[in-house]
Write a protein that binds this ligand. Structure first.
Ligand code: KG4
Ligand code: ZN
Length: 345
């Protein structure tokens, strides 16, 4: 079975083809980052319009990359939520229409399930069960994963997602949107001893997160530094970036340790844009070494939004016989726990 996957939930147009026998045979990505950079964030209407322009040509490029024709495709998977409603509608409409024209089944995929299953595309995929830490621009969640579609939400952010906190703090430091990766690069030059940021919600039990206070802490630290130094020097920016990143990473690690203890699991999966963060990978690798467990994550290109994770997740569900009706439905808000379990064989 070969499945074409289409991702348009936010500001990346991703198209990929997953082949049951060969694995991933095409992977195309068009990022709209430059389009939104001037506005300091994603402008939903511009995102939708650009997805309209880019999706069909990317599908043609993906077919050419895999040396396939439309009649070689057995099913189409598309992100139907969560995400920006207009952006989701573009991918869903194109996917559903193509499936109708090509006379193949279609399936709407949950974007976060796509992220969660992205490590399955690697050579050494994790076995079930495991704890997943999903850290993206829109979500921060700890999930108990007993199998595909068997998800129990253990904890989540009560305000900003980790990626959102990275981006907002990066903006305060004068970095372009989305500044998460740029902040991480800046942090490499930071002095670890200069500033200490709080580790929110780690002094009480539970697995929820709160990251909005860190952004405020960064803003206050910047104001104080300008008062003392007259301007924000490059070194001070790097020192703040370091302290912020360390606070996020340590907070995530503390909660991962708790979630592993609570479930008794020895495997940890990290996925979503922030899982590309080197410091986070380093600290979680250390944690899993201490716990004599293992950590899994996707290669960097599959941490952030991509079509491959949608093609793969759609493949699993289509193979199980799941189908989307002809109507085009998107779910801008959609809890992953509503998904149905699929059997593994
Ligand atoms: O998963 P993703 O591509 O999109 C969503 O589903 O939201 O995640 C994007 C987020 C952005 O907030 C971006 O700044 C962050 O992931 N990000 C990073 C890094 N690379 C991407 N944050 C910290 N360190 C990184 N290296
Ligand atoms: Zn995402």
């Amino acid at each position: 079975m070969r499945v074409l996957g289409i991702e348009t939930s936010c500001d990346e147009t991703g198209v990929a083809i997953y082949d049951e026998e060969k694995g991933l045979v095409a992977n195309q990505l068009y990022t709209q980052i430059a389009l939104h950079a001037d506005y300091g964030g994603v402008v939903p209407e511009l995102a939708s319009r650009d997805h309209i322009r880019k999706t069909a040509p990317l599908i043609q490029t993906a077919l050419a990359e895999a040396n396939l024709k439309p009649e070689d495709i057995d099913g189409i998977a598309y992100t139907s939520g969560p995400g920006l409603v207009g952006a989701l509608l573009v991918g869903s409409t194109i996917a559903r229409s193509l499936a109708y024209a090509w006379n193949v089944p279609a399936i709407g995929v949950h974007h976060m399930e796509g992220h969660l299953l992205a490590p399955m595309l690697e050579d050494n995929p994790p076995e079930f069960p495991f704890v997943a830490l999903l850290v993206s621009g829109g979500h921060t969640q700890l999930v108990r994963v007993d199998g595909v579609g068997q998800y129990v939400l253990l904890g989540e952010s009560i305000d900003d997602a980790a990626g959102e906190a990275f981006d907002k703090t990066a903006k305060l430091l004068g970095l372009d949107y989305p500044g998460g990766a740029a902040l991480a690069r800046l942090a490499e030059k930071g002095d670890p001893k200069r500033f200490t940021f709080p580790r929110p919600m780690t002094d009480r039990p539970g697995l929820d997160f709160s990251f909005s206070g860190l952004k405020t802490f960064a803003a206050n630290t910047i104001t104080q530094a300008i008062k003392e130094e007259g301007e924000l020097t490059e070194q001070t920016k790097a020192d703040i970036a370091y302290a912020f990143q360390q606070a996020v990473v340590e907070t995530l690690a503390i909660k991962c340790r708790r979630a592993l203890k609570e479930t008794g699991f020895k495997r940890l999966v990290i996925a979503g844009g922030v899982s590309a963060n080197k410091q986070l990978r380093h600290d979680l690798a250390q944690l899993m070494q201490q716990l004599k467990g293992e950590v899994f994550y996707p290669q960097p290109q599959f941490c952030t939004d991509n079509g491959a994770m949608i093609a793969y997740t759609g493949f699993l569900r289509l193979k199980q016989g799941e189908r989307q009706s002809l109507s085009i439905q998107v779910k801008p808000r959609w809890a992953m726990t509503e998904l149905s379990a699929i059997s593994q064989n």
